[in-house]
Each structure stands twice: as C-alpha cells, then as structure tokens.
Design a binder for this molecule. Sequence first.
Ligand SMILES: Cc1cc2nc3c(=O)[nH]c(=O)nc-3n(C[C@H](O)[C@H](O)[C@H](O)COP(=O)(O)OP(=O)(O)OC[C@H]3O[C@@H](n4cnc5c(N)ncnc54)[C@H](O)[C@@H]3O)c2cc1C
Length: 507
Amino acid sequence: MSNIRKKTIAIVGSGASGTACFLQIILKYIVEGKDSPLEIRLFEKRDTFGEGLAFGTGQEGHLLNTKAGLMGIFPHERLHFVQWMHQNRDMIARDFPQVSIHPDAYPPRMLFGRYVRTILEEYCAIAGAHGIVVHLCRSEVVDATIKRNNTLAIITEKGEKYTVDYAILATGNPASSTFHKLHKHPRFFDSPWPSSRILSTITNKQARVSIVGSSLTAIDALITLIDNGHTGPITFFSLSGLLPRVQPPVQVSYERKVFTLANVRKSIREKRKPLRLTDLIRMFRSEAESYLAQPIDWAAEERTGKDPLALLDQDIRLATGESCLLQNILYSLRDETYALWRLLPVDQKELFLRWMKPHFDINRHAIPIENGIKIGEVLRSGQLTVIGNTDDISWKNDRFLLKTADGIEKEADFVINASGPTVAVQKLIDQPLLPNLLKKGYIEEHPIGGILADLDTLRVETSSRKRPSPLYVIGHQLAGLQLDINSLWFNVEQADLLTGDLLKHIR
Ligand SMILES: Cc1cc2nc3c(=O)[nH]c(=O)nc-3n(C[C@H](O)[C@H](O)[C@H](O)COP(=O)(O)OP(=O)(O)OC[C@H]3O[C@@H](n4cnc5c(N)ncnc54)[C@H](O)[C@@H]3O)c2cc1C
C-alpha cells in the first residue's frame, strides 16, 4: 500500500449533489476493496455541509416539492429518507410535530437538509475507520489550474492552494442574472435566499413587494413573507404568469400504453429520421385521448391569461378528487424523461425550452397541496396578485416601477428576483469559479446552458484539450444536457454514474 501514490479528490460544493458523490466515493472505495491511499477534500462556502442552497432554508414553511418517498440520498434507494425519518421519529415528533412520516408526504426542506447532514457525518466516520482522509474545507473555491501532469491546483477565496487529482464541480444553483442593472440596489434582492436577508431588510410588514417569477422559487419568497407576518400587497411578476399546479396528496399510478419509450424508438426506427418535439406532443396527446376514449379540447387546456385563483381552485379540487390525467401521465414518465431528452436533437431541445418548458414545469414541478391552499388564501384575500407578460423594472422617484407589455404599471417598495438560476456560465454573477474555468478553456458552454460533459461518465469535455479532463460535473451545470437536474433522485443516480467512472482511476 505504501508504494502507491495517494490520490486526492476535491468535491466543490457540499449540497445534496456533492454529498451524494462523497457518499458514493466512500462506499465504492470500501466495497471495491481499493487500496491506494485516498484523500477527499469537500469544499463548501456556506456554514454547513450537506444541506446546500436547496435544503439549507431556515424556514419551516419551505416544503419539499418532491414527495418524501423519492428523496433517498443513496441511488435507487428512494425510500431511504422515509426510513431515516422512521428511525428518527422521536426527534421529528419533538422538532417537527406537524410532519407525518409517509412516502407521499412533503416535509420541510430543512428536515431533509438535516437528514443529508447526518448521513454525511456518519460517512465521515466510516471513511476514517477505513483509512480515507476527509477534509471538510469551509471556503469557496474561486479558481483552479490544470498542471502539466494533469493534476489540478484548487484555489480558494482565502488564497489557499491544494493539489488534487480530480475535482467534481457540484456548485449547484446560482443566482439569477436578470435585471443586472438593479443588482446593487439595496431594495432589490437578486435571489430569495437566504430568507434571513429578506426578513431583516423588509421590516415594514405593510411594504409593497414584487416578486419576479411565479414558479417554485417565487413561492418560496412568498412563503417567507407571509409566514413571517407580512400583510402588505405582494405581486408575482412573470413572463408566463403561470402558477405551478398542485400535487395530489397520494400519487396515482398510471400505466402508459401509447407514449412509451419503446414507441418513440420504434417511430425513429421506422421513419429513419431524428425525433422531433411534435412527435412527442402527438404521442402525449394520443396517450391522454386513448385513456379517455374521446378527443380532448387542447385549446381549452391552455392556461396562459386565465384567472390564477380559478385555476388553483380547480387544481386543488383535482388533486383532492379524481386527480389530473395530464399530470399523472407526466409523473409516470419520470424514469423515461431523460432517455427521451437524449433522443431529441439540439434544435428540438431549444424549441422545447422556448415553447414547452413553462407548461412542462408547472405540471412536473407542482406544489404540495398545503402550499396550494396557502396561496389560494392570499390570492382570495387580494394580498397576492399574479401579473404575466412582464420583464420591465426600473427605479424611479424612490420606488420601483414594473411595467407589462400590455401597459399595466405597478409600483413596489422592494423587488425580489425569483426568476430562477441562470444557466449561462458567462452570466454567473455569484460564482467566480466557473467563469474562470471557462476563460482558461477548461470547460466549454453547452449551446442551451451549463457546460459540456460526457453523459456516460459526467467527465468534462472540451474541444481544445487533448488529455482527459481531471474535472467532473453534476447537477445544475448540466442544464443543457440533462432535463432533470432539479430533481434530487436524478442527481443522486448521476452521482452513482460519475463516481463509478472516477473510481476506475483509483486502484
Ligand atoms: C430552493 C430549491 C428547492 C429545491 N427543492 C427540491 C425538492 O424539494 N426536491 C428535489 O428533488 N429537488 C429540489 N431542488 C432541486 C435541487 O437543485 C436538486 O435536488 C439538487 O440535487 C440539489 O443539490 P445541489 O448540491 O446540486 O445544489 P445546491 O443545493 O445549490 O448546493 C450547491 C452547494 O455548492 C456550494 N458551492 C457552490 N459553489 C461553490 C464554490 N465555488 N466553492 C464552495 N462551495 C460552493 C453552495 O454553497 C451550495 O451549498 C430544489 C432546488 C432549489 C434551488
């Protein structure tokens, strides 16, 4: 053992994705009986490891938007979080008395964060017992240099330098880069997190607050405000003006007969032409119509421009009653979506992102019914208004002015940008590392977002460098290549793939 050179792996970012990689490296090292000395450096710029931005919220009202039964941190053990909750039921009864332990429940994200943190601590101890050296480095990685021998010098914001053999980029969800000119404004928040920043700044509970966006991120910002006694008017300003749909308390299983991966592949084979987005839409519609044995008025399904409260009430009725067929079909596609996405050529992916994504997202990333009811209450009371078709914000006469394309104007004392994380590396405003790697040619941008990597290994790919990259990537930075990066279960399975390849290079 002593003759073999020690290998060092850096994991940059210790959110759920980075932690999932960490757990798999340790597990695989032990199970596969590796004997090269191994050192892992886990870097995290936040105060705590394991939770990340997604699950490090300090607000109990921020719920998981994926049912607990899909949230296991170990690949393919989707129920592991629920099992952990059962094992920790006394702690849960004490600290989260309202939580029911069930695969279909949507517990607070902070409880999930606690779960990931606990497992991380457990695996630090297991690593120690097997001779793996683990360093938890509480600092931001701001740059890296690939040396002649293909190792990496990792540089932190404190100026520390570490040489490692491989680095996993698990940097997660960056802030939005829109409304750049307002970023420095003291009443403009470039992201709804951390909630403490919003709460300590918006102390006037009657202030007028505009939230840019109307998706899950915007709902987080809304819940931060109303759960903490905000009574002033709140507006969602978004391009689509669409609210996420509501998840049923118990998910209904659906067996697809028409819209199957087999039929998609058969169609490609028979036509001998690349897949088109319209092929998928046709199959989706045909699936729904054949289930109902009658045609559907698809124009009537269009939600844009309709009263959000009426739609929300209808969704709550569907979620608690007969359930929504279209949502059931989409949820049943969970394990095949990525395979379908990989079959779409880039131009068709672009078309999907421009044309279909908002409609897909409101169905696929729907809200738990508890949040649906909460939003219904503030819409009904008139405290919340949803305004679509807008992206014009300016600061005039000591207040923000927000305008829509159809001439509506609203004033606000504060604006929270909840329009979602940016996918363009060049536009990142809060993460110097990736723009620095881009400048050096160590990573290349994918035309529709994130960076390029080999999808079978998640090893970074570039056209200019000849040697295999010492960099791997997981999560949000694969936005252009993978559709499901905002689902934990997907990232956890990708962590399995990534670490499987990386560990091949460790004896
Ligand atoms: C608010 C929110 C809620 C979500 N809720 C759900 C949900 O309920 N269910 C679900 O399945 N998915 C959810 N997601 C999707 C989520 O992104 C994925 O589940 C993902 O796996 C989360 O983990 P992550 O580690 O990729 O990202 P993040 O949670 O963003 O973590 C990345 C971490 O990297 C750190 N970091 C970044 N750059 C550096 C650097 N240069 N140096 C050091 N540290 C760095 C950050 O501080 C952060 O802690 C949510 C996402 C968000 C943003």
